[in-house]
Design a protein around this ligand. Structure first.
Ligand SMILES: Cc1cc2nc3c(=O)[nH]c(=O)nc-3n(C[C@H](O)[C@H](O)[C@H](O)COP(=O)(O)O)c2cc1C
Length: 347
């Protein structure tokens, strides 16, 4: 979870308990530079964070978003330098990957929201790298962060995770028989059991519940906002929305969103980390002057991590985030998820 929500402390704690601890590469160079008090580039930052997470043992992944165009290749190479076990690629179609990955043993895992996207990715990876995905993450419309659906489709019955799963599982089985991991709205032990036993998923990816742990890099205000938010506070922001042109699920009371609704000035954007989709659907490098319908995704998220006060924070959250009622340690959460601590199994 970016920016700065899943760093080495969270990933290490998850990996230590047998999960795949996933670091986010978003904004990592700025975060690691600040922490070390010296400037590091994208490649060094990924290598340092991965190596630090790996020290606790277990399996460490890094999530690298295609939309982070500038840092994309260097983040991949840095993660390899750091000894990462898996690279998870989302927020766009990861079709242009460095050739180093053709011979690397690292697991390559795309995030998709449709079988169509998986088909395209698999064809390109076979052509370019001579390897299919090692697993795929199918992210449904209840996920936090950017969503791979048009704003009109997010709430449609046909795009529910349960509906998307069958075709993706069938494709994966017939084209390399690799695992399908589901994400979006999975909160409790019972959810996991249902997905694995009833539907045949091979694993789950969870975001919001881990954002609300002591080990997560979310600011205290972010964690408090998760605890306080009600169902009706969780919305999909579009206009104003993320400059990436994808719907973005947030807590509507986030100070940065409230400001964006009434703002008369352009967003304070000084980073240009992401690609922005213009009115004609063309991708250009994001900059403040043409971002009238958006907030500065980098600064509002860096603010939610407590890194900057250049913009007010916006808190991203999954569609069932209102169910989170306490901050836990990763150990307590993992106990609950594997059904150890006898707490209510969920709703
Ligand atoms: C705070 C937060 C930050 C996230 N950041 C990213 C990200 O940087 N890249 C990404 O691919 N997904 C991101 N996501 C999506 C999660 O990785 C995950 O797939 C999703 O939230 C699962 O749904 P859940 O929150 O209902 O468990 C984020 C989610 C949250 C809640």
């Amino acid at each position: 979870m970016g920016i700065g929500i899943s760093l080495a402390p969270l990933a290490r704690a998850v990996a230590r308990r047998g999960g795949i601890g996933t670091i986010s590469s978003a904004g990592l160079a700025a975060i690691v530079s600040k922490r070390l008090g010296r400037k590091v580039n994208d490649r060094e930052a990924a290598a340092i964070e991965v190596a630090e997470a790996k020290q606790g043992g277990g399996c460490i992944a890094i999530n690298i978003m295609v939309a982070l165009h500038q840092a994309f290749t260097d983040s991949i190479l840095g993660a390899l330098d750091g000894g990462v076990d898996a690279i998870i690629l989302g927020a766009g179609l990861p079709t242009n990957l460095p050739e180093e990955l053709a011979t690397s043993e690292v697991a390559l895992i795309p995030i998709v929201s449709s079988v169509k996207a998986l088909r395209i990715i698999q064809r390109r990876w076979l052509e370019r790298l001579q390897r299919p995905p090692d697993a795929v993450i199918l992210e449904g419309p209840l996920a936090g962060g950017h969503l791979g659906f048009s704003p009109q489709d997010v709430d449609k019955e046909e795009f529910r995770l349960e509906k998307l799963f069958g075709p993706v599982k069938e494709f994966a089985q017939k084209n390399g028989d690799y695992p399908v991991i589901v994400a979006g709205g999975i909160y409790y032990h019972d959810d996991i059991v249902r997905w694995v036993n009833e539907f045949g998923a091979d694993g789950v990816q969870m975001g919001t519940r881990f954002a609300a742990t002591y080990e997560s890099g979310a600011s205290p205000a972010f964690k408090q906002a998760i605890l306080e938010c009600k169902k009706e506070d969780i919305i999909v922001a579009n206009k104003p929305g993320s400059p990436c042109g994808l719907p973005f699920r947030i807590i509507k009371t986030s100070p940065g969103y409230q400001l964006a609704l009434t703002r008369t000035r352009p967003p304070k954007c000084n980073r240009g980390l992401v690609l922005r989709k213009d009115e004609a659907g063309k991708f250009t490098v994001c900059s403040a002057k043409d971002s009238h319908n958006s907030f500065c995704i980098c600064n509002v998220l860096l603010s939610a991590h407590g890194f900057t006060d250049k913009e007010e924070p916006i808190f991203t959250i999954g569609g069932r985030g209102h169910l989170v009622d306490r901050i836990l340690s990763v150990d307590e959460l993992m106990d609950e998820l594997i059904g150890l601590n006898g707490l209510p199994a969920g709703g």
